[in-house]
Ligand binder design. Structure first.
Ligand SMILES: Cc1cc2nc3c(=O)[nH]c(=O)nc-3n(C[C@H](O)[C@H](O)[C@H](O)COP(=O)(O)O)c2cc1C
Length: 208
């Protein structure tokens, strides 16, 4: 695995791990070109140490979930999505709130990934959540619903989800996160994800 501790400080960035020794898959629940959720996901992703390979799976072309399609032939893109989820050591979801819940595209992607029964790709998977909403009071409802879904998928919520309200005021024109309070929360969340990755990567090396 090539895992060594550098120096004496106990920093999560302080481990020498081979580049790409852990994988995190990003999923954005908004298809909008200038999605604030995508910007939030990018801000979070930029904080991973360089031994974490981060990749976004674009869910735009995942079809609506349909059990008839599943029973005849699972679409290639769904198979690829499930492979990527399975292959990832952790998942980072950026979820908009649509009418008090999860966006349809995100729900379809999660439903496909959970199927067929007994072959869910999310089982046991660490999942971190960030949410950006434009209003000052929104986001709690989608967080509730997504928490229930993650639980239902037998996945594990990692860290404290980050909810960003009044999101248009918290990014600059280039879509870069400019709000320091949000940055602190995101750093804490990513630290928790990295700690989870380190735990699951280090345990096998400690076994006889
Ligand atoms: C169909 C739709 C429903 C929405 N419903 C809510 C909502 O329930 N609560 C909320 O806070 N914002 C709601 N919004 C506003 C979103 O928070 C805002 O558009 C946000 O920027 C969407 O995320 P995005 O920038 O990643 O596309 C809704 C927006 C759309 C398009």
């Amino acid at each position: 695995m090539g895992l060594e501790k550098r120096g004496h400080e106990n920093s999560l960035n302080d481990f020498d791990m081979k580049s790409g020794s852990a994988k995190v898959l990003g999923i954005v629940g908004s298809l909008r070109g200038s999605s604030l959720n995508r910007s939030l996901l990018n801000a979070a992703a930029s904080l991973f140490p360089n031994w974490v390979k981060f990749e976004v799976f674009d869910i735009e072309n995942i079809p609506h979930y349909n059990q008839d399609v599943e029973d005849s032939e699972i679409p290639e893109i769904v198979k690829e999505f499930k492979r990527k989820v399975r292959d990832a050591d952790a998942i980072l979801i950026a979820a908009p709130e649509y009418n008090g819940s999860v966006s349809g595209v995100l729900k379809d992607a999660l439903d496909w990934a959970s199927r067929p029964h007994g072959d869910s790709s999310f089982e046991g998977k660490p999942v971190a959540v960030v949410i950006a909403v434009s209003g000052r009071r929104g986001g709690f409802s989608v967080l509730n619903h997504l928490t229930l879904i993650i639980d239902y998928l037998d996945a594990k919520m990692v860290g404290e989800p980050v909810l960003v309200q009044l999101a248009p005021q918290k990014f600059d024109k280039q879509g870069k996160l400019s709000d320091q309070e949000t940055l602190v929360k995101i750093k804490k969340l990513i630290t928790d994800v990295v700690e989870t990755l380190l735990n699951c990567k280090m345990v096998p090396t400690l076994l006889p």
